[in-house]
Design a protein around this ligand. Structure first.
Ligand SMILES: CCC(=O)OC[C@H](C)CC[C@H]1O[C@H]2C[C@H]3[C@@H]4CC=C5C[C@@H](O)CC[C@]5(C)[C@H]4CC[C@]3(C)[C@H]2[C@@H]1C
Length: 429
């Protein structure tokens, strides 16, 4: 599409969203801001920096001093592990929120996954003999859209699972605000970590080059008691730099709530370099450009199952690449009508869609009927209690004592069921 035409349709698009409220996926957007990628692919970013992810499981009493030699004051493997979790987490932010806008691109509207859509792959770590890591993503709900994900490396005994539900709204100044519900939980050799999801907003909408900026706070609570509080800021905030953050490590959430002395403070750019206060000295903590992202191995489309994202959306993705609006709506309607027919058939037969690898667990009820698959939920309850965070269905990272928590009535989450994956017959990695 020509530059001029794009500008015209972008400004008419902005006019259309200025009066829009509701589910983003319902908003029709001009072809040049449609992405041929399904949102079900976005959760792969939790595992893209495999070396940083696996380090969380590999740190032990014998090797912990080798990880951050520049930080003289480190004295336990637990603290080293907390630093490794933060370094990995910052790397996931870079992937999650800037990988589409690095080379001058801008955020586009991803394809809205249908119920039961899956996206699977693996990271082959053969060069470092760390065993393969499996990645699973399943659209466990379509109304509202919820994506659940798991990253599993058996050789190193580390597994991440979680889910994301986004709630978005436009501000008067056409800023797109997105609150995330959900969380991620890591289990690594007996240590577990609860990671909350930051709120985000889209900058640059008025100049037709939107990019994500993180805001407010998020937390990483460890089963050993220590907790990270990460505060985000961006251009125009006090720091003035894009993608800025400040992270404080506290011995526990009580000290954090009292604004006690942090064990460490790390600050800088989550998409670039950051430093750590080691006593009175400021030393380099992490420079993400020094780490290699691993690309996920995904089967060719011909070997994929009909429920796998790239096969299911292939016609639509091709139409988007052609920028052919008519063909886009034709191919999208075909897929969406097929889904509506399936839902109607299930209704008539009084059947409901069976989720594949994740199950919904109502935490309040589960307290009376604890079950094995709810194991991750029990971890969520334990870690949330340690951190003072709410387990109700309110924005990720909300505190336990807020009026929003008191007002909320439900506390149900999505939990990965390893047995369902081990017994999976149709979808292959
Ligand atoms: C309908 C409004 C619209 O189309 O606006 C068009 C704008 C050009 C772009 C808006 C889209 O920007 C995309 C960025 C997406 C988030 C990126 C990363 C993540 C992290 C991942 O773990 C969970 C999903 C999440 C939060 C994505 C959610 C969807 C976002 C905001 C897309 C916007 C629709």
């Amino acid at each position: 599409m020509t530059e001029y035409a794009e500008t015209v349709s972008w400004s008419s698009f902005l006019k259309s969203i200025s009066s829009f409220s509701g589910d983003l996926s319902a908003l029709s957007a001009p072809p040049f801001i449609l992405s041929p990628v399904s949102l079900s692919e976005f959760s792969q970013y939790w595992g893209t920096y495999q070396d940083l992810f696996l380090a969380i499981a590999q740190i032990n009493k014998q090797n912990y001093q080798a990880y951050y030699p520049q930080i003289r004051s480190i004295d336990t493997p637990e603290v080293t592990r907390m630093l490794a979790v933060l370094q990995w987490y910052l790397a996931t932010l870079k992937c999650q929120y800037t990988s589409r806008t690095q080379k001058g691109g801008f955020e586009k509207k991803p394809l809205n996954p249908f119920l039961g859509e899956v996206f699977v792959g693996k990271w082959e770590n053969n060069e470092t003999k760390k065993g393969d890591t499996v990645f699973l993503s399943e659209q466990v709900s379509h109304h509202p859209p919820v994506n659940a994900f798991a990253v599993i490396n058996e050789e190193n005994n580390i597994q991440l699972q979680g889910y994301t539900q986004i709630k978005s709204s436009f501000s008067k100044t056409l800023k797109l605000n997105v609150k995330q519900h959900g969380h991620a939980i890591i289990d690594a050799n007996g240590n577990s970590f609860l990671i909350t999801l930051p709120a985000i907003h889209l900058e640059g909408m008025l100049v037709a080059s939107p990019y994500v900026e993180l805001e407010d706070k998020s937390y990483i609570q460890s089963s050993c008691g220590m907790i990270w509080r990460i505060e985000y800021s961006g251009k125009g905030y006090f720091s003035g730099q894009k993608n800025s953050f400040k992270a404080n490590l506290y011995v526990n959430s009580t000290v954090m709530e009292k604004e006690g002395k942090p064990i460490y403070t790390v600050s800088g750019q989550w998409s670039g370099a950051s430093t750590i206060l080691d006593g009175s000295k400021e030393v380099l903590f992490s420079d993400i450009s020094r780490y290699q992202p691993h690309s996920l191995q995904v089967k060719p489309i011909d070997n994929q199952h009909d429920l796998e994202s790239r096969k299911a959306w292939d016609d639509v993705a091709k139409a988007i690449e052609l920028g052919d609006m008519k063909l886009i709506s034709q191919t999208k309607n075909k897929l969406e009508n097929h889904q509506r027919k399936l839902r109607r058939k299930e209704e008539q037969e009084n059947k409901h869609w069976q989720n594949r690898w994740f199950k919904r667990v109502d935490v309040i009820k589960a307290k009376t009927e604890p079950d094995l698959e709810g194991e991750a939920i029990n971890k969520l309850v334990a870690l949330a209690k340690l951190s003072g965070l709410s387990i109700k269905n309110i924005p990720s990272g909300s505190k336990h004592n807020t009026k929003e928590h008191k007002k909320a009535t439900t506390a149900s989450h999505w939990s990965f069921v390893m047995n369902n994956w081990l017994n999976e017959k149709e979808i292959k990695i």
